[in-house]
Write a new protein. Structure first.
Length: 254
């Protein structure tokens, strides 16, 4: 079970990472170079944990999630175990921010923090009914309402193609690979994404250390420098107020 020190956590621009290096960067990762791990984060310096600014307010909850001993569990087994260990009892607060219709599907913009605390701690950026049938209704795609507005069409294209292929019999793992490809291509087409290997990749000349510096962000004000580890469920049950962290303009970013 990893013990994550606050000093090891770096706030980063996940939107920039997904546009220039790794479209599979979620919201909280650490260094990995294991060949058997899917999408290893070899670019994160050893000893560091990278937290997407999107989830800055969830720092301590995500530490708790990553600190739980899960053995060799993976995939759906890991998700089910984490749900049993972490999710809070209802009633679930309102988490749908807005609704849209696209390509005969309902597109739901949700508060990802609430979804992770009350429904699925592994929900990251987006999902759909065929991959999360236990809680996403049929015919729906969910996207995090707090993501950069420019990123919405890229993640939507990923989820839409992934869902389409799964509906035709592809496994999630294969469909996800196709979804990642269309996501990267959509980012490139909008002149937002450019990746190592692309002819016009602007950071080709940078060292690893110089590239890493491109992603770091300063913490918002009033983020406590240290906080003791605690039982998350007990904390919420006792109605203890958490230190407030500025929302960094998540809902209004252009």
């Amino acid at each position: 079970m990893p013990h994550i020190h606050l000093s090891s956590i770096k706030l980063v621009d996940g939107f920039k990472i997904r546009n220039t290096l790794d479209p599979d960067f979620g919201i909280f990762h650490t260094h990995s170079c294991r060949s058997g791990r899917y999408s290893p984060k070899f670019y994160i310096p050893q000893g560091e944990w990278w937290l997407d600014v999107l989830a800055e307010k969830e720092r301590d909850f995500l530490i708790h999630v990553e600190s739980i001993e899960t053995g060799n569990l993976s995939g759906h087994h890991l998700r089910a175990y984490l749900k049993k260990q972490i999710i809070l009892p209802g009633p679930i607060p309102k988490f749908v921010i807005r609704k849209e219709q696209s390509r005969n599907l309902r597109l739901m913009f949700v508060d990802g923090a609430i979804v992770r605390k009350y429904i699925d701690p592994e929900f990251i950026l987006g999902g759909h009914d065929l991959i999360y049938p236990t809680y996403i209704p049929k015919g729906e795609i969910w996207l995090e309402a707090g993501i950069n507005k420019k990123e919405v069409p890229f993640i939507f294209e990923h989820e839409f193609l992934e869902r389409t292929l799964m509906s035709k019999g592809k496994s999630y793992d294969v469909a996800h690979e196709y979804g990642t490809c269309i996501e990267k291509e959509t980012r490139r087409a909008k002149n937002v994404g450019c990746y190592p290997g692309d002819e016009n990749y602007k950071w080709r000349h940078l060292t690893n250390e110089e590239m890493v510096e491109k992603y770091y962000l300063p913490w918002s004000e009033n983020v406590p420098e240290s906080m003791p580890f605690f039982d998350w469920k007990s904390l919420f049950a006792s109605n203890v107020s958490l230190p407030r962290v500025h929302d960094h303009g998540f809902w209004d970013r252009n």
